[in-house]
Design a binder for this molecule. Structure first.
Ligand code: SF4
Length: 402
């Protein structure tokens, strides 16, 4: 897709690498400036103490720096005016506030924006912003490539290169806010309508195979002195990593979506191969027990409409039977083709007939309007040029200090 054929060697950062390996406060601090973006509040306080902040003051200092970074989008310590000039200079010595670099920015005829961003090690991921009249949704990635190989998904053809750090995940939100110029005046809160009002973890990667980093990043997004997004404005989409699903409710508290896409194990094994590990019955049992499910917090079942594969009336009837008893809504996604894709989109008449059966059974069944197709930004079209060809897993993980 994007022909940014990367020469890995030239992408290795010459200067001392930015480190983030401070969650466990190693005895000897790592070389090079520490990136504060993505640290939890506790970890931020710990690194300030490790760099000389008096224990008594550390919490307050961490709170002040946190607000500058996440509430007002400040990237330069010199601008943190409620800290002494001396301390600001010390901070600038030891730390950086780094977000992914925007390599390209494309805007679709329908207003959808797609960013290709570069992270440590020169890897690239795609981020998509979808404006609507009453809201704006940012679709973010959690992995470079993907652990899984769903056959309808372009990302699924890209081997997993590595997990994103918490800083690289929340960094996507910060980059989009920069582009939308949506940081509030310093000293004020983000009140009123927002351009970036919703986050969906539906970009590249399986978020539940990178749970800790996703959790920490979403906690920053939900923090009242951070980006202040309500947990109900964040949706995590999983292909069905059954053992990790309940943790989403317990440790993040956001809404849940499931890449369901089929009504028989035979078909789902092909479309979503993780089904061979946890099949439809196992997945539905887990969803029935989902700690946060209710009529006001329904689980979203994503269902890609593939011609002659999973779009029959019988499929629609089976679908509503399968999910009985689960507060749910079904998002019907007309398949978005990509080069070499083995499927075709169902005809509109077929999609509408399917939607009607689901709707008549009492479920909301909106048909997702494809957005950003002209810039390959639609669901399932994301892929970056980064390939895992030449570097060992250890080398790649070392770059991100994972
Ligand atoms: S649908 Fe999600 S889990 Fe499946 S290959 Fe694509 S990105 Fe990975």
């Amino acid at each position: 897709m994007h022909s940014h054929l990367m020469d890995e060697d030239t992408n290795t950062q010459a200067s001392a690498p930015i480190t983030q390996d401070v969650m466990t406060i190693p005895r000897k601090m790592p070389e090079g400036p520490i990136n504060l973006v993505g640290l939890t509040r506790d970890a931020l306080r710990e690194v300030l103490i490790a760099h000389g902040a008096p224990q008594k003051q550390a919490k307050m200092r961490a709170g002040q720096i946190w607000q500058w970074i996440y509430q007002w989008g400040v990237r330069d310590f010199a601008e943190m005016t409620n800290l002494s000039k001396v301390y600001r200079a010390e901070l600038a010595e030891a730390f950086v506030i780094a977000v992914p670099e925007v390599v390209s920015r494309q805007v679709s005829d329908d207003g959808t924006r797609k960013y290709l961003v570069r992270i440590a090690g020169g890897h690239e991921v795609e981020v998509v912003y979808i404006p609507e009249t009453d809201r704006g949704t940012l679709c973010i990635s959690s992995q470079v490539g993907c652990t899984l190989t769903c056959s309808f998904c372009h990302t699924g053809t890209q081997k997993l290169v590595r997990n994103l750090t918490a800083g690289e995940i929340i960094g996507q939100v910060m980059v989009a806010r920069d582009d939308l110029n949506e940081w509030p005046e310093r000293g004020t809160r983000t009140d009123g309508p927002r351009l970036l009002s919703n986050i969906v973890l539906m970009g590249m990667g399986e978020p539940l195979y990178n749970f800790d980093n996703v959790r920490d990043a979403m906690k920053i997004a939900m923090d009242p002195e951070g980006i202040q997004l309500s947990r109900r404005r964040i949706t995590l989409s999983t292909s069905g990593v059954v053992p990790e699903i309940a943790k989403t409710a317990e440790e993040i508290g956001c809404l849940l979506a499931v890449s369901f896409h089929a009504t028989t194990d035979e078909v789902r094994d092909k479309l979503v191969p993780i089904n061979k590990k946890w099949n439809i019955a196992a997945l539905l049992d887990t969803l029935r027990e989902y700690p946060k499910v209710s009529n006001s917090e329904r689980i979203t079942f994503e269902y890609v409409m593939l011609k002659g594969v999973n779009d029959s009336d019988a499929d629609a009837r089976r679908l509503v039977r399968l999910i009985q008893g689960i507060p749910a809504k079904i998002n019907l996604i007309p398949f978005n083709e990509w080069p070499g894709a083995p499927y075709e989109r169902s005809d509109w008449a077929r999609i509408e007939a399917f939607a009607e059966i689901v709707h008549n059974a009492g479920y909301a069944s909106p048909i997702r309007r494809p957005r950003g197709e002209d810039i390959m930004a639609a669901c399932g079209q994301l892929k970056s040029a980064t390939e895992r060809a030449r570097k060992s897993k250890r080398a790649i993980e070392a770059e991100a200090k994972l």
